[in-house]
Design a protein. Structure first.
Ligand code: SMG
Ligand code: MG
Length: 369
């Protein structure tokens, strides 16, 4: 394919309810979408960078700038391109995996559409449905938390993930376990809110039969996670720390990760995500697909990824309605019997609802080759 034009589009979407984590509260998402035009048709990518550099060092304004000034000119100057070339061509640039992933995603969508195939077929996942988990934020009161969890149980979600932080951990987990009973999958995510001195405290979560504890310590603290993994009975899962195939393999080898959360944006793209999956499958390490509060673009692609055999735990692939009143795709993800159907539309698996997309667009810029 030959690249012709990049459109960078910013959209604004209100969340149905504020989403609070240990690093902040989101009430509205300001999302960067990429639309790449080639000589064989066009494709969409979604950048998962948030407004602030809090979950990771990337943020949406920075992503737009690095893509416009550095990544797109480099990609466009390289001649014929396939999705599998994108990461390699951008290799000399340090960091910015979410920005790189968004470009690879758009090229991949265009490529698959031009071949009249989709990501599900491209990956070769053997399932047409994947179990759907929901991520539940931090609340001011335990009553609000329990009401929210009960709603998700009624919706049929396959497992619950609770956001935790110091002061909001043992008691919420105990009460939610009591509410949902012993058989439903329950896990927690601290988004790096604890330190090595909290290892003993975190081990007290062992009592609640959790599937895993996700990213309790800072991104760089591989040794701390290894010490915690040795001390706790509950498996330790890494999210923020895993930024590539190499960091995933090393974390496993060093005993810092017993389960891996795979997020394509965080590791530089869906193709690297697939390589991490393959490595983990070979080593018998369970993986699951994380979420970044994506629109129907990212969620469709995540569902196709999660159909691969190694994704043995439910992912953060909740229904579109978990976060949004209305999605930018015509066939948003829904949940039925705790499962999400893997999309079969061409490309990454969605069609854009153009009128609605236009109505929430706050900025459009075009860069030619
Ligand atoms: O997309 O369902 C979703 C949200 C899942 O909790 C979720 N994501 O650390 O795993 C994580 C967070 C990162 C984004 S929080 C704004
Ligand atoms: Mg996480």
């Amino acid at each position: 394919m030959r690249l012709q034009q990049l459109e960078l589009r910013r959209i604004s979407l209100d969340l149905v309810t504020p989403f609070r984590t240990s690093f902040g509260v989101e009430t509205r998402r300001d999302i960067l979408l990429l639309h790449v035009t080639t000589d064989r048709g066009a494709g969409w990518g979604e950048c998962v960078a948030m407004s602030e550099p809090a979950y990771s060092s990337e943020f949406v304004n920075g992503a737009q700038l690095v893509i416009t000034e550095h990544f797109w000119p480099t990609l466009a100057a390289g001649g014929e391109i396939q999705a599998a070339d994108v990461a390699h061509r951008l290799d000399r640039f340090s960091g910015h995996p979410m920005s790189k992933a968004a470009l690879e995603m758009a090229v991949l969508d265009a490529q698959l559409r031009s071949q009249s195939t989709n990501l599900h077929a491209y990956f070769g996942g053997d399932r047409d449905h994947v179990p759907s988990g929901v991520s539940v934020g931090i609340f001011d009161t335990l009553d609000e938390l329990l009401a929210q969890v009960q709603g998700y149980v009624d919706d049929g979600y396959a497992r619950i993930k609770l956001k935790i932080e110091p002061g909001w951990d043992l008691e919420p987990v105990r009460l939610v376990r009591e509410l949902i009973g012993p058989d439903m999958g329950l896990q927690v995510d601290a988004n790096t809110a604890y330190g090595r001195s909290d290892i003993e405290h975190l081990c007290r979560l062992d009592e609640y039969d959790l599937l895993l504890i996700e990213q309790p310590l800072p991104e760089e603290d591989v040794l701390g996670h290894a010490r915690l993994a040795a001390a706790a009975r509950t498996p330790i899962c890494l999210d923020e720390s895993i930024v590539s195939l190499q960091t995933a393999a090393d974390a496993i080898e060093l005993g810092a990760a017993e389960i891996i959360n795979i997020k394509p944006g965080r590791v530089g793209g869906y193709l690297e995500a697939r390589r991490i999956h393959d490595m983990c499958l070979e080593r018998g390490v369970p993986v699951w697909c994380g979420g970044m509060v994506e629109t129907g673009i990212g969620r469709a692609a995540n569902a196709a990824l999660a159909a691969l055999a190694g994704f043995t735990l439910p992912g953060d692939i909740s229904a579109s309605s978990r976060f949004y009143h209305r999605d930018i795709v015509t066939d948003p993800i829904t949940i039925e019997n705790g499962q999400v159907a893997v999309p079969t539309a061409a490309g990454l698996g969605f069609e854009i609802d153009t009128d609605f997309l236009d109505s929430i667009t706050t900025q459009r810029t075009f860069v030619h080759v």
